[in-house]
Every structure is written in C-alpha cells, then in structure tokens.
Write a protein that binds this ligand. Sequence first.
Ligand SMILES: Cc1cc2nc3c(=O)[nH]c(=O)nc-3n(C[C@H](O)[C@H](O)[C@H](O)COP(=O)(O)OP(=O)(O)OC[C@H]3O[C@@H](n4cnc5c(N)ncnc54)[C@H](O)[C@@H]3O)c2cc1C
Length: 322
Amino acid sequence: MTGPHILVRGAGVAGMVTAVALAEHGAQVTVHDTGGRVGAGASWFAGGMLAPWCEAESAPDEVTQDSLTSLDWWKTHVPDVMQAGSLVVAPPRDTPELARFGRRTSHFETIGVERIRTLEPDLEDRFDKALFFAEEGHVDPRKALQALADRLVQNGGTLLSQHPADEALFDWIVDCTGVAARNFQSDLRGMRGEMVLLRCPEITLHRPIRMLHPRIPVYIVPRDNSVFMVGATMVESDDTRAITVRAITDLLNAAYTLHPAFAEAELLEANAGLRPAYPDNVPRVRREGNRISLNGMYRHGFLLSPARAREVCDIIFGTDRA
Ligand SMILES: Cc1cc2nc3c(=O)[nH]c(=O)nc-3n(C[C@H](O)[C@H](O)[C@H](O)COP(=O)(O)OP(=O)(O)OC[C@H]3O[C@@H](n4cnc5c(N)ncnc54)[C@H](O)[C@@H]3O)c2cc1C
C-alpha cells in the first residue's frame, strides 16, 4: 500500500522540513515553489542559528520548549551541522545589555578574557566578559535547504518547477508559502530582515557571535571559505525593496566594532527578506479539511520547523515519529 499523496506548497525551510518528514513517514510528496527553486523566500537570507536559549531572551516559553530537539533533528537530516555554541558579547559602553540579556536567558556560562581567548582567539582582549551558550548550533541555510531537497528525492519525493496540473489528485495540501499566504490569512504580516555577506580571510570565528546594542543587536555567523553572514534588522514592514543604506551602515558598523579587520572585508551580498509572522510571533499549524497551513515562522524558521513539521505529520498520520 502506498502512502498518501501530498502536495507541499513552498520550498522554504518550513516546506522542505515538512516535506522530508512526510516522505520519511512513507507519503508520496510533491513540492512546488513559484520561485522555481528551494529557498526562494526568507529562508535564503537566514542566519541558520539553532539557538533556543539565546532566543528565549525575547521568545515565549512555548518557542523555547518546541525548539529543544531542533538541533538533533538537523544533525540527523543534513551534513555539516555545527554545534559549537553561541557567544554573546557587548561593546564596553553597552555592558549593562549583557547583564540584561543574562537575566532573561539561561543555560549559559559567564566567561572572562582567558576563556574568550580560548574559544575565539581572534577576539582576544576585545571583550572583558561574554555569555557562552554551549548547547547551541547553526547550519548554513543554503546548503541545508539543498541537502533537504536531495533527501526528499532519495525518499521518493518530487520537486516541481511548474504548478501541478490538478490539485484535486492530492490527498492533502500543505501550505508553507510564507508571507504570500497573507492572501488568505489576514492575521499574517511581514517582518523585514536585512543582512549582508562578507568575505574576510583575516578573521576566523568558530561560532555565531551576538553583539548586544540597545538599538540594533547584531550577530555574525561564520560560514565556509571565510564568509560571514551579518544580520539582521527587525523592521515591522512588508516592504520588499532592496536593503536600505541605514541597514547596511548599521550592520557593517557592528561588524567593524566586533573586529576592525572587517574594514577590509569584501562585501559579497546585501539583501532583505520578509519573515512571516502572526500577531504573537508564534508559528502555527492550522487545518481545514484536507488542507493544512504551516506558517508564521517569524525569526525561528530553522529553529522551529522540525517541531511544527511533527505536528503536520501528527495530523496526517496520527503519530509523531518524524
Ligand atoms: C535576515 C534573516 C535572518 C534570519 N535568521 C534566522 C536564524 O538564524 N534562525 C532561524 O531559525 N530563523 C531565521 N530567520 C527566520 C527564517 O528565515 C524564517 O522564519 C523562515 O525562512 C520562514 O520560512 P518559510 O518556509 O515559512 O518561508 P519562506 O522561506 O519565505 O518560503 C516560502 C516559499 O513559498 C514560496 N511561495 C510563495 N507563494 C507560493 C505559492 N502560491 N505556491 C508555491 N510556492 C509559493 C516562495 O517562493 C518561498 O520560497 C531569519 C530571517 C531573516 C530574514
């Protein structure tokens, strides 16, 4: 007996994680994205941080709880998942921010100059104090999405560049179209996020570094080949224009504050994406007959997709094996 035929709309992180989880349950999964490729939306611009404890600074407890097994899911589904923790620092004038961040989070160690030097030799003596969240990790979103696409195909799934001729042939339709779903979900909004990619061979970092600032907290995530993702703004806006001069200036200033060698970095890319979000910024799975929607991933698409995909599997298969 073959499994149910399922159409997943949208090949961002929510759609691809869900598609793989469904295929692993034996479903016949077809994914279609109007962008014609995986990662045509917000997921392409993400930092890829899997940081439940740092995110607890501003996320409700439900988000933290649902993201605790995320790192394990990623480790068993894509290669090159880094588990080197996260480091949170603040420039000298903003050290009260570090104390505030610590009060709102847990599962970290407060470390001093010696330990910072051991963890990140290139940050030597630049910060007196840091918070080290050892249990966190990160992925390169673009590589991870491609790895999920490969895994889907290995599990018998299909990625379509054209819309399927007849949606009525599918037993289930799972909508993961991000902000585009505003067309039929009026409570969904866009939260604009801007980022840059820099290449800087003069600096080596081993883990995401979050640099606190009262107005624009910024993080720098290391990738292969001396590339660093610097992100991200949080702008309450559906504006789909290219990145603004203000955002580029803020992000580059933050990189330079973290380490002056970033002044000589090559600017590879500067971009903006729209995170889909509900009013409480908590992602939801909704069902209407044989139609399921998984949306509102906000700033937690990589962190929370495994848990929300499990909910989708639960609805379709009545089990949470994924
Ligand atoms: C700068 C930035 C940094 C971020 N950093 C992180 C991070 O470190 N960790 C983390 O967990 N999250 C992070 N996020 C958040 C994360 O990127 C989002 O939560 C996530 O990408 C949302 O995924 P999604 O699949 O719901 O939407 P999207 O990635 O936007 O995917 C939706 C897809 O649907 C397609 N589509 C639209 N309409 C249709 C249609 N009618 N039919 C078929 N396909 C359609 C689109 O082309 C698109 O590919 C970041 C976001 C930004 C912008």
